[in-house]
Design a protein around this ligand. Structure first.
Ligand SMILES: [Zn+2]
Length: 544
């Protein structure tokens, strides 16, 4: 059998198989059953919502010799003729194409002739808003005094472009965007139908990318199946060119921390992976929208974004890193990028430029940036007041030591005095609680570092040397570069030292790194220490 595109194969053949437009289907079905057919229908809605499919089903149903509960039977002579396109009773006109103009010119002549086989002659006019003025006039003349055997089904994505005279003569149906659940349901049927293995996450990604259009969703699935019979999220992402959510979370955290270096590095990673800056800008807009919804209506977030409760929690947590006005500002900037990218010769530079602007919150002097800073200060004051009132923070006035005033104190001492949470001193580095406490502290001090660190885990903390690995091999080098940056390393080590009360080291290491290999010197030494205790073992020279 010849290959048939999925969206053709899965084009609905009766009302009950049209996805996600239940109320419309019920109404049309009842009209067929009660033979109350209107002279003109107008189907409005965005692409892929089922307008043309429904028009074809309706055309078939009203001419069917023995309709089944309002649906076309599919086996009578009239149904078969329509399927084989052997009848002049159903005429499809694409107003967007050239032959549409000719066909509309002939319209006034052809409507006079009665139907060939069935009881109605049905004109399906797709993209009707594209008709020329003269064609509209021809259509209007016919609509004003329609012969009894004529039915018009007009379909359009832009009903606002239709003249009022046409609108007022049609029975109008608005096709809504199809819900993610409905789309994934149909995609699953289609995938099972060709015995392909498609993960739930992949179906979700496809459904989201299709933005409520069934045809786009099926075409995307078709494209994925062209690569492999097993489709997972990574395959879908590589075909769509989109970024995964964890990357977007980290990117926004870097923006929140105004970490321009990190932002540049992440954009560089994107480009190396061959991602399209325009697609990424769109991804960021969608992501910021999610953060905004998380801020305004956290309870409905999961339902609005069609995500799990777990994912919703992540959005809510990350949304706390930025004020509402700042998020709006960043969204504005990235949305303007869409237009800018069409005219620029370097989309990458446009993306970097906007991203840096998003980082420069505190140095900008425009009203919006200032109002951001005021809001942030207000929030902090409110939080402090709240903490003071409920007693979770107390104000201590330190008695000055004789002969030593405040300015002589070392920076570490000052930091400790300012910190409201006193870490438990002298905790053993090997104690898992140390890392847990460290993550809480680093989140306050360096959000970008925290964001990266939470994408991996601590693999060893022997002798105060904390070694960390990314959870995934993908993008690992970038994690390592960011975390092993000397400045950042110092912040991390200082934090760890504060908690453990001893000098600490930190390294981000590669997955399957030899450092942790059981044959390494470290492991050997460890066994010696275990056997004899640290005292008698004296390492004279360690050959690297
Ligand atoms: Zn039939």
């Amino acid at each position: 059998m010849a290959y048939q595109a999925l969206y053709r194969e899965w084009r609905p053949k009766d009302f009950s198989h049209v996805v996600g437009q239940k109320a419309i289907m019920e109404t049309l079905r009842n009209q067929v059953i009660n033979r109350r057919i209107a002279h003109a229908y107008l189907f409005c809605g965005s692409r892929g919502t089922g307008k043309t499919s429904t028009a074809k089903i309706l055309a078939k149903a009203i001419n069917c010799l023995s309709p089944v509960n309002g649906d076309p039977c599919g086996v009578c002579e009239n149904c078969m003729r329509t399927d084989r396109e052997e009848t002049l009773d159903v005429i499809e006109i694409d107003a967007a194409s050239n032959n549409g103009v000719d066909e509309m010119r002939d319209l006034r002549d052809t409507v006079k002739y009665p139907p060939q086989y069935g009881s109605y002659k049905v004109y399906i006019i797709d993209e009707v808003h594209m008709l020329s003025t003269s064609a509209f006039n021809a259509l209007l003349k016919t609509l004003e005094e329609p012969p009894a055997h004529i039915v018009f089904i007009l379909a359009t994505t832009e009903p606002q472009k239709l003249p009022e005279t046409i609108l007022s003569r049609c029975q109008r149906f608005d096709f809504g965007r199809i819900s993610i659940q409905d789309i994934t349901g149909r995609l699953k049927e289609a995938a099972d139908g060709c015995s392909a293995e498609v993960s739930d996450g992949a179906l979700m990604l496809i459904a989201r990318a299709a933005e409520g259009g069934m045809r786009d969703a099926l075409s995307l699935l078709d494209m994925c199946l062209g690569y492999s019979n097993k489709v997972d999220e990574n395959l879908v992402r590589s075909i769509l060119g989109t970024s995964d959510t964890s990357f977007l979370f980290r990117f926004c955290d870097a923006l929140a921390m105004q970490d321009a270096g990190c932002v540049f590095m992440m954009i560089d990673q994107l480009m190396k992976e061959g991602k399209d800056p325009a697609v990424f800008a769109k991804d960021i807009c969608g992501h910021i929208r999610g953060l905004l919804i998380a801020k305004t209506s956290p309870d409905d977030l999961a339902a609005i974004l069609n995500i799990t409760e777990e994912e919703a929690k992540e959005y809510i947590q990350h949304s706390e890193n930025m004020t509402f006005t700042r998020l709006i500002r960043i969204l504005d900037l990235y949305m303007s990028l869409g237009t800018e990218m069409r005219y620029t010769s370097s989309p990458r530079m446009a993306l970097e430029n906007i991203s840096i602007k998003c980082c420069l919150k505190t140095t900008e002097t425009d009203e919006q940036a200032l109002s951001d800073r005021i809001t942030e200060l207000e929030n902090r004051i409110a939080e402090l007041t709240r903490k003071l009132e409920n007693g979770s923070v107390s104000v201590r006035v330190a008695a000055a030591e004789p002969g030593r005033n405040e300015t002589e104190k070392t920076p570490t001492e000052k930091k400790q005095a300012a910190s409201s949470v006193k870490p438990t001193k002298n905790a053993q580095p090997e104690d898992p609680a140390v890392w847990k406490q460290f993550m809480t502290v680093i989140r306050q001090k360096d959000m970008a570092a925290w964001s990266f660190l939470s994408q991996g885990s601590l693999v060893s903390s022997r002798d105060g040397h904390f070694r960390w690995q990314a959870n995934r091999k993908e993008g690992e080098q970038q994690f390592i570069a960011v975390l092993n940056n000397p400045d950042r390393k110092k912040v991390i080590c200082d934090c760890l030292a504060d908690i453990t009360g001893q000098q600490c080291m930190f390294s981000a290491i590669e997955k399957d790194s030899a450092v942790l290999n059981d044959n390494s010197d470290d492991a050997y030494l460890e066994t010696l220490y275990d056997t004899f205790g640290k005292g008698p073992v004296n390492v004279v020279d360690q050959i690297k």
